[in-house]
Design a protein around this ligand. Structure first.
Ligand SMILES: Nc1nc2c(ncn2[C@@H]2O[C@H](COP(=O)(O)OP(=O)(O)OP(=O)(O)O)[C@@H](O)[C@H]2O)c(=O)[nH]1
Ligand SMILES: [Mg+2]
Length: 268
């Protein structure tokens, strides 16, 4: 299955001229894919790293990530696809690319839940019309449509989903639907620890819970919501764990770190 997904990504990259790699500003290191970046450069296409959800962090944090990725040689912009902020800068970066290709076809690729669909909708705008199906493309991209987003620039409306790999908690929670996560309580506890490491008040802000013990946070959340087992009168921490993961992915639980913190361990 993983293999098939990478084949689809390759196909999508082949079909396009420019790839927008979308990452989450809260954890850009664990939501970028150097493998994707490798495929894009191997196929001689252009890549723009799009740091999304910038509305969740102070502007200088987004700026520092832009500088960091620029320093790695990556063309980078930060945006909020949801609030339509930074999209003009993104469009102008696309226009500046000297690919010589006309028309220019753009694809949006990234891990689950980073905001690919939101970005596609934002770029499409209300007035863009779909054109034909993507010309001359097999399988996957055959079903997608091309949208003209300005002048000679076209957007493929089907996002490329990077298959999550590795064992960072970020990847686990993004990898599959929440109901299919094994050991959801353990995963949520890891996530809570990671969030608390960078933002001690994240759960106070999100739920009004002042505890900083992860297990206790799940208990209190379950009690607050009235999720209590009928028989044993115990808080249903499974439900609380799923809610924490869902709320994190929806951007309701906020944390961030900055590039200068990378040398320290960010992966747990
Ligand atoms: N705060 C914030 N939330 C965003 C932004 N863009 C997307 N989201 C939220 O992130 C979640 C995922 O957004 P989607 O656009 O569905 O992400 P996706 O990458 O298409 O997700 P999959 O199709 O499941 O892989 C949703 O709850 C969005 O509302 C943004 O710029 N800021
Ligand atoms: Mg989507």
């Amino acid at each position: 299955m993983k293999l098939a997904s990478w084949n689809l990504i390759r196909e999508l990259v082949l079909t396009s001229d420019v790839v927008l790699e979308v990452v989450d500003v809260r954890d850009p290191i664990n939501t970028r894919s150097t493998k994707l970046e490798g495929i894009v450069s191997e196929l001689n296409k252009s890549l723009i790293l799009v740091i999304n959800k910038s509305d969740l962090v102070p502007r200088d944090v987004a700026e520092s990530w832009k500088r960091y990725f620029n320093g790695l040689g990556l063309n980078t912009v930060y945006i909020s696809a949801r609030d339509r902020l930074g999209t003009r800068v993104l469009r102008s970066e696309i226009n500046k690319l000297k690919t010589g290709k006309k028309p220019l076809v753009i694809a949006v690729v990234g891990y689950p839940k980073v905001g690919k669909s939101t970005l596609i909708n934002t770029l499409k705008g209300r007035h863009s019309a779909s054109t034909s199906t993507t010309p001359g493309s097999p399988g996957y991209t055959k079903k997608s449509r091309l949208y003209r987003i300005s002048g000679n620039i076209y957007l493929i409306d089907t996002p490329g989903l990077v298959p999550p790999e590795g064992d960072d908690v970020e990847l686990v929670i993004r990898a599959r639907p929440i109901d299919e996560i094994e050991n959801v309580v353990n995963v949520a506890i890891k996530l809570i620890n990671k969030v608390l490491k960078y933002n001690r008040t994240a759960f106070t802000d999100a739920y009004g819970i002042t505890d900083v013990d992860p297990y206790r946070i799940l208990e209190v959340l379950a009690l607050k919501r009235g999720w209590i087992s009928k028989k044993e009168r115990e808080p249903l921490i499974h439900e609380a764990a799923k809610t924490v993961i869902r709320d994190y992915l929806d951007g309701k639980i906020v944390f961030y770190y900055t590039p200068d913190m990378i040398s320290k361990d960010i992966s747990d």
